[in-house]
Design a protein around this ligand. Structure first.
Ligand code: SAH
Length: 244
């Protein structure tokens, strides 16, 4: 059986004894039925994996003894940021989970002209906590040791006003005329991919994106749903310019 991996948002060092977070402990004890002595892997996003053993269980809690630290190489050399227009409920969760599996480095949920989902600050904060849990679980499953960032949902204009520092090639998915993935001439090591909502980008969105240097990328002559379009583009980017 594959050794179960748990994400822990805490400093880890070889020889440390750590308490598993409540959700991880519940999963380890009740779902996987792990016993003291069983091997587990811990990671905190620093790029390493920490081999550990469950040492004690106490009620609903569990602690582990770290035994060694191993550097893992599961990050793509191509740094992909997915700027995804908010999709409804579970669809967004699905996009976040799959984007992490496909190896994106960061996710920015954006609110566009035709976004059907409206979130007040309180709900946005709750959704962000929920997405962070989705990211964490997807990293556990995918074997990633770097945990991609996910930001609070923000209006497209606000996101575009934040200066980009990574020199990424900026691409927006919009059906119609545009560049094809294979024809991109200069994919350095970073790409930012903007994906529209169910109803597509509006004229103002498109103007703002173009103004900010986004080039139109087309995925063939068919219209894909928002949850398909971004993920398909990420897969092709990984195959052509990343680590597939
Ligand atoms: N109703 C819209 C389509 C929305 S599809 C229209 O007819 O314009 C949802 C999003 O998926 C789009 O905003 C775009 O970002 C992406 N998308 C879907 N199909 C695409 C394609 N063939 N090429 C590029 N982007 C596409």
């Amino acid at each position: 059986m594959r050794i179960p991996r748990f994400h822990l948002d805490a400093p880890l060092t070889p020889d440390a004894r750590v308490q598993l977070p409540a959700q991880a402990a519940a999963h380890a004890l009740r779902v996987l039925r792990l016993q003291p002595g069983d091997a587990i892997t811990l990671f905190n996003g620093d790029g390493n994996e920490y081999r550990a053993r469950l040492v004690a269980t106490h009620g609903r809690g569990a602690s582990a003894q770290v035994e060694s630290c191993v550097k893992v190489e599961t990050e793509s050399a191509l740094r992909i940021t997915l700027a995804q227009a908010l999709a409804r409920g579970e669809k967004m969760d699905w996009i976040v989970q799959k984007a992490i599996e496909l190896g994106v480095a960061a996710i920015v949920p954006i609110v566009t002209e035709r976004s059907e989902v409206k979130l007040d600050d309180q709900r946005a904060a709750k959704r962000l906590d929920h997405w962070r849990a989705v990211v964490s679980a997807a990293c556990e499953q995918a074997g990633r040791a770097v945990v991609p960032s996910i930001e609070a949902p923000q209006p497209l204009a606000q996101w575009l006003a934040t200066p980009a520092t990574d020199g990424a090639l900026r691409l927006m998915l919009h059906p119609g005329d545009g560049t094809r993935l294979r024809a991109l001439e200069s994919v350095a090591n970073a790409v930012t991919l903007a994906v529209g909502p169910e109803g597509g980008f509006g004229e103002r969105d498109l103007a703002a994106l173009r103004e900010a240097g986004f080039r139109n990328l087309v995925l063939g002559p068919r219209i894909l749903r928002t949850e398909t379009a971004g993920l398909a583009a990420i897969a092709v980017l990984q195959a052509l310019y990343g680590d597939w």
